[in-house]
Design a protein around this ligand. Structure first.
Ligand code: HC0
Ligand code: SF4
Length: 574
């Protein structure tokens, strides 16, 4: 421990602390912009590039960036001197002098950290005018819109992509005034190994990295004459969208969400959870077959599109182990257009399927050409939780005052097993609930597999199913996934099944969720909301969903059957 004095108060702090950490223990707020410390998920961005956190240190001529300056015994710091405050304001002014000032029409308006620090520091004018760095906007990706003119070189995206996701799609390019962060050789994003996980979007402080805005497409679809517009909502949206309307993270707003979607004019409001139950039927069947034949193990879950793109790029030698199941929202699209449409007498071409997802990679997934049946795309438009929030606000709907409404049927019926898909560990737990009963033929005493839950990046569990001991692993965050995949490649894996989600926390931490700035407490609250919904369900196993049983009886036949394979399964590409 060392003694430091901050603003005339002396405290003891660990010797590896920075000035910023020491100030936090005294509840002294020093403004920061580029700094982001998410050490729980191995992301610590300490590049000290913005200099918005400078403070005075006695005996030093220059101001010190508090985020990267270590403390020392006897250090005397002033965080609130006029010199420090003026310098911070000047730093932010300089950043804004090279920033497009189109805040009123920027997608990040109201949520931009540059905007709020400028407000908090009282920046009232920009005294520096001159050359601006301008770059072409990269619109090549279906998921992510990249406008480097708005980049403040904080390098958060790069740290996230390299250290947490281990994708290395972004790095600093060129030098001096021309410095920019982007893919090597200035390649367009869709020609790189980027997985479109959107975690860079989640930590970008400005509008440099945002989701591709599909809101106008949805408004147009809702207006189009002769179209039946069906919307489905992913599990993780219902415990997060309330945050956009001032509610606590984890508040369950399923009923209000359905009501809002009906108010917006969707013809049918259905639940991706229905298709999550369907996925379990197919995936548990596939898992059991592979275990029986002892081949292509461990089976890997395949519902996360960023994870799918990651293994296609990075592990092309292992393409025979992921489950062949399409993701739930794609299965939903296929079933809606080829079962529900027929049932209702609606021509497939007149049906538009919209997915509301916590994820930006789902936008890219929906455009993968193989995710179709008979020339008809499974899903037409994907919007994120944030985009739906914007639509609700644009329509003037008072979300907080809405009455609860129920999903439409039959594709709105689901179980507790389906909703837990939304948090890390949930897919494998749902699969275990069904696989265990399929294998033993006996009813489980408890459906709660606590061993696979939690927020540790890598988890493993042994689950006894009859005479069989199943070795299970769970990873979230692509760096953790890489660790597991490399052990499989080396032939060291002992697992039967592995669940992988690209985003820390799983879908609750998706790149399209309300900005959570990597705050694990917010993810914990959202996960608690998910498990609370599961506990309140009477039916908590996918194979007991009556609407799923009817779908197999009247249309699909058997899990893993011929029609299921055509409609609900897919293949992967190097
Ligand atoms: Fe997920 Fe999904 S659970 S990926 O995390 O599997 O996005 O919420 O919709 O499709 O169900 C996201 C969330 C989904 C899908 C489901 C899966
Ligand atoms: Fe990296 Fe994911 Fe961003 Fe792509 S979307 S650049 S993989 S963090």
């Amino acid at each position: 421990m060392v003694n430091v004095t901050i603003n005339n108060k002396t405290i003891q702090v660990p010797e590896d602390y920075t000035i910023l950490q020491a100030a936090e223990t005294l509840n002294i707020k020093i403004p920061t912009l580029c700094h982001l410390d998410l050490h729980n998920i191995k992301m610590v961005n300490k590049v000290a590039s913005c200099r918005a956190c400078v403070v005075e240190v006695e005996g030093r001529r220059n101001l010190a960036p508090s985020c990267s300056t270590p403390v020392f015994e006897g250090m005397k710091i002033k965080t609130d001197s006029l010199r420090a405050i003026r310098a911070r304001r000047t730093m932010v002014e300089l950043l804004i002098s090279d920033h497009p000032k189109d805040c009123l029409v920027c997608l990040k308006n109201g949520e931009c950290e540059l905007q709020s620090i400028s407000h908090d520091l009282g920046v009232k004018q920009i005294r520096f005018e001159g050359e601006m760095s301008t770059y072409p906007v990269d619109m090549t990706s279906k998921a992510i819109y990249r406008d480097s003119s708005k980049c403040i070189l904080c390098r958060r995206c790069e740290t996230m992509c390299n250290d947490v996701q281990t994708v290395h799609a972004l790095s600093g390019l060129d030098r001096g005034f021309g410095t920019v962060v982007g893919p090597a050789f200035h390649a367009p994003l869709n020609e790189t190994v980027c997985t479109f996980c959107g975690q860079c979007v989640a930590v970008c402080p400005t509008g440099a990295l945002v989701e591709v805005d599909n809101v106008p497409k949805v408004w147009r679809a809702l207006e189009e004459k002769g179209k039946t517009v069906v919307v489905q909502v992913a599990p993780a949206v219902r415990v997060a969208i309330g945050e956009l309307f001032g509610m606590e993270p984890g508040t369950v707003v399923t009923g209000k969400l359905v009501s809002a979607l009906k108010n917006l004019g969707f013809d049918y409001v259905f639940d991706t959870d229905f298709a999550a139950d369907l996925t379990i039927m197919e995936e548990a069947h596939e898992m059991i077959e592979r275990i029986k034949e002892n081949k292509n193990l461990p089976i890997l879950t395949s519902c996360c599109p960023a994870w799918v793109k990651f293994f296609e790029h990075q592990f092309p030698d292992l393409l025979d182990i992921p489950s062949t199941c399409k993701s739930p929202h794609e299965m939903f699209g296929a079933v809606t257009k080829h079962y529900f449409a027929q049932k209702m007498g609606i021509p497939e071409k007149d049906m538009i399927v919209v997915s509301v997802m916590p994820c930006v990679a789902k936008k890219y997934e929906a455009e993968r050409p193989e995710l179709e049946f008979g020339g008809v795309k499974d899903v037409d438009i994907v919007i994120t939780t944030r985009e739906l929030g914007r639509m609700i606000k644009e329509a003037g709907i008072n979300f907080n005052m809405l009455d609860d409404e129920e999903y439409d049927n039959p594709l709105g019926e689901s179980t507790g097993a389906a909703v837990i898909f939304g948090t890390t560990g949930g897919v494998i737990e749902a699969a275990l609930r069904t696989a265990a009963e399929m294998i033993t033929g006996n009813e489980l005493e408890s459906v709660d597999f606590h061993a696979v839950r939690g927020l540790a990046g890598l988890r493993e569990a042994q689950v006894q199913v009859g005479d069989l001991t199943l070795n299970i692993a769970v990873a979230h965050g692509l760096g953790n996934a890489r660790t597991l995949l490399e052990s499989i490649r080396r032939g060291e894996s002992k697992y039967h099944a592995i669940e992988i989600m690209a985003c820390p926390g799983g879908c609750i931490g998706g790149g399209g969720q309300p900005y959570h700035h990597g705050n694990l407490e917010i993810l914990r609250q959202r996960a608690a909301g998910i498990y609370a919904i599961d506990e309140n369900f009477t039916i908590r196993k996918s194979h007991e969903n009556p609407a799923i049983q009817e779908l197999y009886a009247k249309f699909l036949g058997e899990p893993g059957g011929e029609l299921s394979h055509k409609l609900l399964h897919t293949s992967y590409f190097e």
